[in-house]
Design a protein around this ligand. Structure first.
Ligand code: PAF
Length: 284
């Protein structure tokens, strides 16, 4: 496995691979890697001949500088996991490499997709994500980019970027990898206390209840959301950031339980913010 930190080193390898007609798969990450990230790698390895992982804690996507400072850094363990899972190249740039001081900052946004869900409580977050993935897509010249569907809004924002600006690549959404009890894998799960980790299982159970209620004939969005939020809140320390039902492509709120709908939530369990979502096909 090759590990590089400089753009010139990365470009040299990419050029060679392009000449050899390799198909390049790319999994951008912010490190503290787990089985969910490795699932992206496995999807890439099935579809592509070379798999690149970037590990870069991107400062421009943190709306709270304290969050950025506190973000865990586990490079040694991350590299080991990448090696064990057959990654071909890890790009590990510093902040100075990705954002040289001479840079004139560019702000990118896709307002209609960013104003809802996580975008409402994390101002500037998706602008930062768009900026960094654009840079990384150009540098890696990837044919395919792999993104977890747990971050569904991020997946939609990046898919839209690639479509609208004709990036010569395809974005692949990889189904959420879950723990045995259904909790979506996330590096944030490690920050939960034992009790809060138990409480967090209410999130996947809430999605099961959502399905059951829908199949039971519930047609009213407001009632559906009330049933689900009561389930999360009653007798727990959960705080709901949002629990929304939106169109899976436009991410705009919908008023009818009809066709495909995305149920998405962000909740605080204690201090830890967790997100999850599921697309439901509403019964006729
Ligand atoms: O999902 C993440 O880890 C980050 O938002 C990403 C896509 C690596 C950009 O920094």
């Amino acid at each position: 496995m090759k590990v590089v930190s400089e753009i010139s080193e990365l470009k040299k390898i990419i050029q060679e691979w392009k000449q050899q007609k390799e198909t390049l798969g790319f999994c951008p990450t912010m490190g503290t890697l787990h089985a969910g990230h490795m699932d992206l790698v496995h999807h890439s390895k099935k579809q592509c001949t070379k798999t690149i992982v970037s590990i870069f804690i991107n400062p421009t996507q943190f709306n709270d500088p304290k969050d950025f400072e506190a973000y865990p850094n586990n490079t040694e363990a991350d590299l080991k996991l990448c090696e064990e899972n057959g990654v071909d190249l890890v790009f590990l740039p510093s902040v100075g490499v990705m954002y040289p001081k001479t840079e004139t900052p560019i702000q990118m946004s896709i307002p209609s997709l960013q104003k809802t869900l996580c975008g409402r409580t994390r101002p500037g977050h998706f602008e930062g994500v768009l900026q960094i993935v654009s840079k990384l897509f150009h540098l890696t010249e990837a044919d395919y980019g792999f993104f977890g569907l747990k971050d569904y809004q991020q997946f939609r924002v990046i898919s839209s970027l690639v479509d609208e600006l004709n990036f010569p690549m395809k974005i692949v959404g990889v189904p959420t990898k879950r723990e045995d009890d259904g909790l979506a894998m996330s590096s944030r799960n490690l920050r939960l206390s034992k009790k809060d980790r138990e409480t967090a299982t209410l999130i996947p159970r809430m999605f099961q209840l959502a399905k059951k209620t829908l199949l039971g004939g519930e047609k009213n969005i407001t009632v559906w959301k009330e049933i689900l939020s009561d389930f999360l809140l009653t007798g727990t320390n959960i705080k709901i950031d949002y629990l929304e039902v939106v169109h899976p492509i436009t991410l705009q709120p919908i008023t009818e339980l009809k066709g495909n709908v995305l149920l998405a939530t962000a909740v605080f369990v204690g201090e830890v913010r967790l997100i999850d979502n599921e697309i439901f096909v509403c019964p006729e």
